[in-house]
Design a protein around this ligand. Structure first.
Ligand SMILES: Cc1cc2nc3c(=O)[nH]c(=O)nc-3n(C[C@H](O)[C@H](O)[C@H](O)COP(=O)(O)OP(=O)(O)OC[C@H]3O[C@@H](n4cnc5c(N)ncnc54)[C@H](O)[C@@H]3O)c2cc1C
Length: 501
C-alpha cells in the first residue's frame, strides 16, 4: 500500500502535472527563492532530491523501535551506549596505568619505613653475634640477686637475643678460660668478668633465690651468669652491682685467658657436660688404653678467682682429667650454694676434688695443701709412642700370667671354695647408666697421681703468696715474674704453672 502511494507521487512528480503544494508537507519545505516560474507552475524536482526531501530527518534510536523490528546484524548502539563503551574500554586499557600512582605511593612508603629504620636503628642491635672481641655489644641485666653482703649473681642476656640468635654460636667450651670486658660508659673504663654457663630458669617464691640451670643447648646460648664481688672502694664493681633489672650494659669478648694445650684424647669423644641432676650426667666414654692418660691439675683460687675453674668444669667439653681444687674464701656464703652443689656433682663423678678453706674459720692455704708436680702424661709425639709401648708390655705381661695360671690350674682347682667364687660375677654387658655409677662402682678412686699443671687465680696478694708476683710487662704479655711462694718450695717451675690475674 505504502509503496503504491509513493509510486503514484513519483509518477505525478515526474509528469508535468502541477500538484497542489499544500497537499504534501514535503513541498512546503521548498525554499522561497526557489525557481518558481511566473506562470505559478512548479518546475519539476529531480527524483534524487525529492527522495532526500522525503527522508525523515530524525536520528534513529533503537529504543523508539516499538514495533520490535529485528535486524540481521546487531542493532547499532545508541550514542549513550557508544560513549559508555568507550569509557569502559579506556578504563580496561589503562588498568595498570591507573594503579601506577598507588603502587608508587606504596613503594615510597615502604622505602621510607626501611630507610627510617636503617638510619635510626641502633646498628649494634642488628649485629647477629653474641660477642665480638673488638666491638662492644648491648646486653641486658635480666636478673640480679644478692648472694651475701658483697656478692651478687647477675644474669646478662644479649639484647634482642630472640631475633639475632645464631645457633652455631657456642661461647662456652671447657678447652679454654675466657672473660668478657664490660664498659662503664660514664667514666669510660672497662673491667673483666668471668661468665658461667648458667642461666636463671626460675625463682624461689619464698627466698627469691634463683634456680640456676646449665647452658647445655645452643638455643640457651646468649645468656650467662656473673658472680660479682662489690668492693666499697671499687668504682666499677659498685656501678655494676647497682644496675637494675633491664638496664643495658656493653660487653666485649671473649678475652681468652688460657687455652688448654692439645692432647691426643682430644680426637676422641668429649667428656659429657655436668647436669643439674647427678643421675643425668652421662658416663665418660671409654678411652683407648694405648693413648696417654689425661692430665691431673691443681687449682689454687681465692674468692672470685675460683670462677675460671667453674667455667671450665660446667662448660660442654669439660677437661677429661682430674682437678684438685683449693678454694680460699672469706666466708662460707661467698660462694652460692648452687655452685657448691654442682662442684659436689663433679666430685661424685670423679672429675674434681674441692677443698674449701674459709678464713673466718681460721683456714688458710698452707704448704701441706700443695703437692709436688709430676711430668705431664703428654708433652709430644714421643709420649704417644712410649704409651703404646707401655700398653704392649702390659698386654704381654697379662698373657704371661694367663699361661702361668693354666700351668698351675690343677693346683688351683684343689683349693677350698672362696667367698668371691660364690658371689655371682656381674654381667659383663652391664654398663653404668651415669657418670656417678661409673665412678662409684667401676673406678672407685680418683687417680692417685700428682698434678702436672697448676693454676693460681685470685687477688694479687694471694697470687704472690702462692707463687710470687706475676710480670706481664713485655710485648708478648708473657708472665716472666719469678716463681716463689708455696709452689716454688715444692719444685714447681714457670713452665708448669699459670697465674691468672
Ligand atoms: C680475667 C679477669 C676475670 C675477672 N672475673 C671477675 C669476676 O668474675 N667477678 C669479679 O667480681 N671480679 C672479677 N675480676 C675482677 C674485676 O675485673 C675487677 O678488678 C673488680 O671487680 C674490681 O674492680 P673495681 O673497679 O670495682 O675496683 P678497683 O677500683 O679496681 O679496686 C678497688 C679496690 O679493690 C681492690 N681489689 C680490686 N680487685 C680485687 C680483687 N680481685 N681481689 C681483691 N681486691 C681487689 C683493690 O686493691 C682496691 O683496693 C676479674 C678480673 C680479671 C682480670
Amino acid at each position: 500500500m505504502l509503496r503504491r502511494v509513493r509510486l503514484l507521487r513519483q509518477v505525478r512528480l515526474n509528469s508535468n502535472v502541477p500538484g497542489r503544494p499544500n497537499e504534501s508537507g514535503d513541498l512546503e519545505k521548498i525554499p522561497k527563492h526557489s525557481n518558481v516560474s511566473s506562470s505559478g507552475s512548479i518546475p519539476p524536482i529531480k527524483t534524487s532530491i525529492s527522495n532526500m526531501l522525503a527522508k525523515k530527518k530524525v536520528e534513529y534510536n533503537p529504543e523508539d523501535n516499538k514495533e520490535g523490528v529485528t535486524y540481521e546484524f546487531h542493532a547499532p548502539q545508541s550514542p549513550l551506549e557508544v560513549r559508555s563503551e568507550q569509557i569502559r574500554k579506556s578504563h580496561q586499557a589503562s588498568k595498570w596505568r591507573k594503579m601506577l600512582p598507588s603502587l608508587a605511593v606504596g613503594g615510597a612508603l615502604i622505602w621510607g619505613f626501611y630507610a627510617y629504620n636503617y638510619f635510626t636503628a641502633d646498628k649494634k642491635e642488628a649485629i647477629p653475634d653474641l660477642l665480638l672481641p673488638d666491638r662492644f655489644l648491648p646486653y641486658l641485666v635480666s636478673f640480679k640477686y644478692q648472694v651475701d653482703q658483697d656478692h651478687y649473681l647477675i644474669e646478662l642476656t644479649r639484647k634482642n637475643r630472640g631475633s639475632i640468635l645464631a645457633p652455631h654460636q657456642q661461647l662456652f667450651d671447657g678447652k679454654r678460660i675466657w672473660s668478657v670486658e664490660i664498659k662503664q660508659p660514664e667514666i669510660n673504663i672497662v673491667r673483666n668478668y668471668t661468665p658461667l654457663p648458667l642461666y636463671v630458669a626460675g625463682i624461689d617464691p619464698d627466698t627469691q633465690e634463683p634456680h640456676l640451670r646449665l647452658v647445655t643447648k645452643p638455643e640457651e646460648e646468649g645468656k650467662f651468669v656473673l658472680l660479682v664481688k662489690r668492693y666499697d672502694s671499687g668504682e666499677f664493681s659498685r656501678w655494676l652491682t647497682s644496675r637494675k633489672l633491664l638496664d643495658e650494659v656493653e660487653l666485649r669478648g671473649p678475652v681468652v685467658e688460657y687455652k688448654v694445650p692439645y692432647h691426643p684424647l682430644d680426637k676422641f669423644p668429649a667428656r659429657p657436660q655436668l647436669q643439674p641432676l647427678l643421675s643425668k650426667i652421662q658416663p665418660d666414654p671409654e678411652y683407648p688404653e694405648n693413648i696417654p692418660k689425661p692430665e691431673t691439675w691443681a687449682f689454687y683460687a681465692a674468692g672470685t678467682g675460683v670462677l675460671p675453674l667453674l667455667q671450665m668444669l660446667y662448660s660442654p667439653n669439660p677437661p677429661k682429667g682430674f682437678i684438685n681444687a683449693y678454694v680460699s674464701l672469706r666466708k662460707e656464703s661467698n660462694l652460692p650454694s648452687q655452685l657448691k652443689t654442682l662442684n659436689y656433682f663433679a666430685e661424685k663423678c670423679g672429675r674434681a676434688k674441692f677443698t674449701y678453706l674459709i678464713s673466718d674459720n681460721g683456714d688458710r692455704l698452707e704448704a701441706k695443701h700443695v703437692s709436688r708436680p709430676q711430668l705431664p702424661n703428654f708433652s709430644g709425639l714421643m709420649d704417644v709412642k712410649i704409651s703404646e709401648e707401655v700398653y704392649r708390655q702390659k698386654l704381654l705381661a697379662q698373657k704371661r700370667q694367663e699361661v702361668k695360671n693354666q700351668i698351675q690350674g690343677a693346683r688351683i682347682e684343689e683349693r677350698p671354695l672362696q667367698e668371691e667364687d660364690v658371689i655371682p660375677k656381674l654381667d659383663i654387658r652391664l654398663q653404668p647408666q651415669n657418670a656417678f655409677q661409673q665412678f662409684s662402682f667401676f673406678r672407685k678412686q680418683p687417680p692417685q697421681v700428682y698434678p702436672s699443671f697448676a693454676f693460681i687465680c685470685g687477688p694479687e696478694g694471694f697470687i704472690s703468696y702462692v707463687s710470687g708476683r706475676p710480670n706481664l710487662n713485655n710485648l708478648e704479655q708473657k708472665d716472666t715474674g719469678d716463681l716463689s711462694g708455696l709452689l716454688k718450695d715444692k719444685g714447681w717451675t714457670l713452665s708448669n704453672i699459670k697465674r691468672l690475674i
